[in-house]
Design a binder for this molecule. Sequence first.
Ligand SMILES: Cc1cc2nc3c(=O)[nH]c(=O)nc-3n(C[C@H](O)[C@H](O)[C@H](O)COP(=O)(O)OP(=O)(O)OC[C@H]3O[C@@H](n4cnc5c(N)ncnc54)[C@H](O)[C@@H]3O)c2cc1C
Length: 678
Amino acid sequence: MALGFSNDLPAAATVYDCMDELSGFAGAPPQLLDREAQLFSAADVVFTGGLRLYQAKRDRHPNVHAFPSSIDAAHFARTSEQDPQDQASIPHPRAGFYGVLDERFDHQLIAEAARLKPSIHFVFIGPIVKIDPVALPQAANIHYLGAKSYDELPAYLASWDVALIPFALNDSTFYISPTKTPEYLAAGKPVVSTAIYDVVRGYGENGLVSIANDAASFAAAVEQSLSPRSDAWHKQVADKLQTTSWEKTWNSMWSEVERVLAVFSSVHTAASPVQTALSPATSKPRSSREAAVTRAHAPLRHASYDYLVVGAGFAGSVLAERLATVMDKRVLLIDKRDHVGGNTFDYYDHAGILVHRYGPHIFHTNSADVMKYLSQFNLDTVNRLYNLSLDADGMQAFLAGRVETPALIRTSEDIVVSRVGRDLYAKFFQGYTRKQWGLDPSQLDSSVAGRIPIRFNRDDRYFTDTFQAMPKYGYTRLFERMLDHPNIEQALGIDYREIRKIYPGIKTIFTGPVDEFFGYRFGKLPYRSLAFDHQTFHREQFQSAPVVNYPNDQEYTRVTEFKFLTGQQNARTSVVFEYPKAEGDPYYPIPRPENAALYARYRELAEKVEDVHFVGRLATYRYYNMDQVVAQALATARKIMGDTDLAASNFSVGREKLTRTLAPGGLLAPARASVPSQ
Ligand SMILES: Cc1cc2nc3c(=O)[nH]c(=O)nc-3n(C[C@H](O)[C@H](O)[C@H](O)COP(=O)(O)OP(=O)(O)OC[C@H]3O[C@@H](n4cnc5c(N)ncnc54)[C@H](O)[C@@H]3O)c2cc1C
């Protein structure tokens, strides 16, 4: 919950130390799960305080480690303590428990066990929280001594004959990993517990703790535990406690943190020219999520680099990765934005929903090579094209009677009327295109509408490619994994124009706008831009499909509901409205003949610049999808390497292969809009 006020703290690394599934507790704030999603997104490493908790969280982050309870054994082994005054009068044998008495405490079990074993005295130490004290069992052999300090506990424990973990098996104890288990054992006490997963796995299965499932067997186990323990048992306990010392756990945790810091620590060494080029305004991250991806600001490690890569979108990042991993080049990767990922950047919004800042991005491709390459970094294949050909023939026949056959297919209007006829063209395509492009389809190149799939079946996904996928942990995480290489240094929030003079003659991959690179000397290449209006609603669902297009009436062209693209569960929902604009960030190169001619002049210049490769949507002024940009970048990498086999055969160099998990029903929900985006 502290994220509400700590989100903006700059941090060298963020550790999420997950101690329990607190959302399962009575009275847990409803925002807890949303906040946890944000924390997962911001964290560099996650620790879980238990084994079952680890199993529940390990698929939510690539860097999760289980650290079940560790203790200061010497503190609890103080067996020579005097029996405290309020306990001294309680007869032996004593079976004791310390901890909070709340909904986790199985009071029915204790009432019954105390009834079955009247000669055993049950001692309870701890505050009564969230439950009515009247509900607690009362009997001559049950004693509540109230809360005690950590310092006082060993003295009480020392004079018990058996120690208890009488937890109810409910939501609040499902993930619990009671620290009192090793504490009791450190005092040399036999322990009886209900079948709490972590106690069973960590201590019950090897005979260190007696496990009982009902009141009768619990009472019997307490009685049996009164007999002295064998030397072998004490030895086994001592060995186990060796593995759970504070020092040992601390060292293991710290080495995980250091591993994370090592990735970024390189940037905290001697100042470099780039550092001086940083303006204060760009060095403040907006959120901890963004802090995670932008902390590579500031001093840079290498005095010199083999390559400068401009732009941390797919084009730049794939090339940075290839150069570093396969060719062992030292790469400086810069982006004028303060994050990696380019237009695909995603982040958890204030509702904990993963949203795409620059509009929805659905990965789709027919290229097995591209798919294979990206899968190293956690791109999930979620579904292959499934073919529900319901009435396909009928639909085809229906359209065949309406289509027109222009003599020459030149414009977007030509191609659409040739495929669906004028009526559907007017209803679905014309208005949408006018809004999106500010041009009538008759003024737009046929390639724009040509990429829109026309469907003769009921496959309601937008794209028809063989592979459709979403990154398992989002695009930004995928990029972070891709760029996590000691040879790659990131400097975010830096414009190429600020630093190009600092590295004269350096080999460069340029993925920004090609006209900008040449100072707009032939004039500006036109782009269509978008304004994104992100909104969150306090309801489960906003619209009937993940993406709904608005061809005619509204000013926005489409609305995307992110949960349904990613499969995320949340009581709220976040959507983005897209408003086409003439001015703003360059998103869509406008494919018109005069623009193609203008670009050809820039391309001619580009081809003459030695040691600069122009790659990606902006640098080649082409309307590319993500997979095409990845393919283009991989081809460029091969060209640079001059060895096709080497490049192709090194897809998994230095990377572990990751198993993929399929979300139920497919992570990628279909875009059911009848009119696609352009
Ligand atoms: C709204 C929208 C939706 C889309 N949806 C899909 C989809 O569903 N599926 C799909 O396959 N594709 C989609 N795309 C296309 C996809 O975004 C692109 O194919 C892909 O992002 C292109 O990658 P890139 O690296 O070429 O460019 P970008 O992602 O634009 O990256 C270029 C980077 O260069 C940086 N840069 C530019 N100039 C400079 C400079 N002077 N100095 C430093 N840095 C600079 C920019 O800040 C940017 O981060 C969509 C595009 C948009 C706009």
